[in-house]
Design a binder for this molecule. Structure first.
Ligand code: NAI
Ligand SMILES: C[N+](C)(C)CC(=O)CC(=O)[O-]
Length: 319
């Protein structure tokens, strides 16, 4: 039985690390009852700490009516977590065999018809749904960190997913306050991660070859294109590079430079030297700030950007 997206009240989150915990915080803030399960022995303590740390940001964004961190129940078993769920979000580690087994287990334990979404960063659902008895209700719902602040979710099904389950998930996320891109077919890396991956590969090449430091790379985005990208995507931003001639003039003018040997899109070897350089560069960039300090700083910054660009009021949540 599939509840209408607008009427969902109970959400289950399975896997409660960085992303699962972020989903829990998001759904709680939108007024849902949330059950969560994670096999790690100290998972509940870490999850509640993550929710507590996120809550001030969520209050400042505005909680849905009745929203409360007390509406979180951490269960002892996966089966208890999903037994009454009207939607399930899986956020377990990015390992294909683990996802396959877990999605099959979730399918067996979740009431019939209820949509089950995976947070996977890149596995096609076709490859993950192979062991489930009912693959038709399995979709990808790929979030961005932290899911309680970054609106985007990328939604796509696999070859054996029912199109109605994809449409249901897209609508549910919208009601729950997310901004949704739905893909009609499985795109390698989805859309946003494919773009991020291209940037990331170039960044690693530049660090590996000594062309740029970790700090240079971060500054080049936060003080440069990143400021524009929060307002307008790379396409419209570049249309403005063409002045009054817009994108047509931009392509006439700069199109030939696409052939310049700027990019090195083959992945660099992630050897020890590159690994150490990236880790040390990030430690240096953190300049004594702990991960918790950086999370709080990022959250404040993202909220300021969302507020400044008028993107705070989304979705109805659980009413
Ligand atoms: N970290 C990120 O920035 C993003 C991650 N994702 C995706 O979210 C998923 C989770 O990633 P993270 O939260 O970063 O990882 P994480 O390592 O922070 O959390 C994974 C959690 O899953 C739990 N777990 C281990 N085995 C499990 C099982 N069999 N069943 C249920 N839970 C299990 C672990 O105890 C841990 O708490 C992955 O699919 C990842 O690709 C998606 C978007 C962004
Ligand atoms: C690093 N990552 C590939 C897991 C990132 C994502 O999947 C999305 C994000 O939050 O940027």
């Amino acid at each position: 039985m599939r509840t209408a997206p607008e009427n969902v009240r109970r959400v289950a989150c399975v896997g409660a690390g960085v992303i699962g915990g972020g989903w829990v915080a998001h759904f709680l803030a939108r007024g849902y009852d949330v059950t969560a399960w994670d096999p790690a022995p100290d998972a509940e303590r870490k999850l509640r700490r993550l929710v507590d740390a996120a809550w001030p940001a969520l209050i400042s964004l505005g909680l849905a009516e009745g929203a409360s961190a007390d509406r979180l129940t951490v269960t002892d078993t996966l089966e208890q977590a999903v037994a009454d769920a009207e939607f399930v979000q899986e956020s377990a580690p990015e390992k294909l065999d683990l996802k396959r087994d877990l999605l099959a287990r979730l399918d067996a334990a979740t009431p019939p018809g209820v949509v089950i979404a995976s947070s996977t960063s890149g596995y096609p659902m076709t490859d993950m749904q192979t062991s489930a008895a009912d693959p038709s209700r399995l979709v990808v719902g790929h979030p961005f960190n932290p899911p309680y602040l970054i609106p985007l979710v990328e939604v796509v099904g696999g070859e054996r997913t029912d199109a109605q389950a994809v449409a249901w998930a897209a609508r549910f996320y919208e009601v729950a306050g997310k901004s949704v891109i739905t893909m009609d077919k499985e795109v390698p890396g989805f859309i946003a991660n494919r773009l991020q991956e291209a940037l990331w590969r170039e960044a690693l090449h530049m660090v590996a070859s000594g062309e740029a430091t970790v700090r240079d790379i971060d500054l080049s985005i936060t003080e440069g294109p990143g400021l524009r990208w929060a307002v307008m995507g790379p396409m419209l931003t570049f249309a403005l590079a063409g002045g009054e001639g817009g994108m047509a003039h931009m392509l006439d003018h700069f199109g030939p430079s696409l052939k310049s040997p700027w990019t090195r899109l083959e992945a660099p070897e992630l050897d020890k030297e590159l690994y150490d350089a990236v880790v040390a560069g990030c430690d240096e960039a953190a300049d004594g700030r702990s991960i918790a300090d950086l999370v709080a700083e990022r959250d404040r910054g993202v909220i300021d950007v969302l507020r400044a660009t008028g993107r705070l009021d989304r979705g109805e949540g659980a009413r």
